[in-house]
Design a protein around this ligand. Structure first.
Ligand code: ADP
Length: 262
């Protein structure tokens, strides 16, 4: 019964948000959190009110990208108050609710789902145009359950890399979206290539053309090709979203144009 009440409360709160998007990936380490954070920062830079729910409780990295690591979320009169990160994005993450930095999150599946449900029922996002939900990697039960908690989803985005961009990943994503009954907006091909800063030659380190071929075969759109930029680590360490720290780079520009497509 408590679960029902939480779901009801979560639904009420989420109904005030215009667009709710989930970001998923076939596996970990493809840059899902990086893309989520920078898509959020790009949308905020275009004048939208944006929130990010870091539901990837395995390795919460979103707060760090917004300069919020080590801070904590507190309760206000209307619920838990998201922290406002660099660029004006409102962020909620398990990382902002831990008693201390060293606490390891060793949660079993049901606990994780329970945590997200509880959080969604308690957060006072305020008026938002976009809520981006960074789901745990994979397209199995856990991300599915979390995504199902969020009613009336507007769409899903799949982040992959050229070497992960197999037919299997996209097929699974299509199945995932069918189960959720949400439109698959498309695929983001992260780390697509590296452009040599000296000669300008594009190096397709992880392979080339896979995304286009896949799109042709499956009918799924490729929303963006995001090149590798070695300065990303630096922007994370400085706690400034990459699109704001290095707006003139090819990587930032492709992330900004992704924001026009969601
Ligand atoms: P995921 O959320 O899929 O596990 P992350 O967003 O944490 O992946 O990214 C994994 C690592 O790759 C991070 O260290 C991140 O800074 C780096 N990374 C992501 N995208 C790029 C890119 N386009 N160029 C260079 N490094 C990247």
């Amino acid at each position: 019964r408590q679960v029902r009440e939480q779901e009801e409360e979560a639904r009420k709160r989420l109904s005030q948000i215009k667009y709710k998007l989930v970001i998923l990936s076939g596996k970990g380490g493809v840059g899902k959190s990086f893309v989520t954070a920078n898509l959020a920062a790009a949308l905020a830079a275009k004048g939208f009110q944006v929130g990010v729910l870091d539901a990837d409780v395995h390795g919460p990295s979103i707060p760090k990208m917004f300069g919020l690591h080590g801070q904590a979320i507190y309760a206000g009169p209307g619920g838990l108050l998201p922290l406002v990160g660099v660029g004006g994005v409102r962020v909620v993450s398990a990382d902002l609710m831990l008693p201390d930095e060293e606490t390891a999150l060793i949660w079993r599946g049901p606990m994780k789902t329970g945590f997200i449900r509880e959080v969604l029922s308690m957060v006072a996002w305020g008026p938002l145009d976009f809520l981006l939900v960074d789901l745990p990697p994979g397209t199995g039960d856990e991300p599915l359950t979390i995504a199902q908690l969020i009613k009336d989803l507007s769409g899903a985005i799949v982040v992959t890399t050229p070497n992960d961009l197999t037919r299997i990943v996209v097929k699974k994503a299509i199945t995932f979206c069918k189960q959720l009954k949400v439109p698959l907006l498309g695929v983001v091909n992260n780390m697509s290539h590296f452009t040599c800063p000296v000669c300008g030659t594009k190096h397709y380190i992880f392979g080339q053309g896979g995304a286009t071929r896949l799109a042709e075969e499956t009918g799924v759109r490729v929303l963006a090709e995001i090149p590798i930029d070695p300065r990303i680590g630096e922007s994370v360490d400085n706690g400034v979203p990459f699109v704001l720290a290095y707006p003139d780079t090819e990587t930032a520009k492709s992330l900004m144009s992704l924001a026009d497509k969601v």
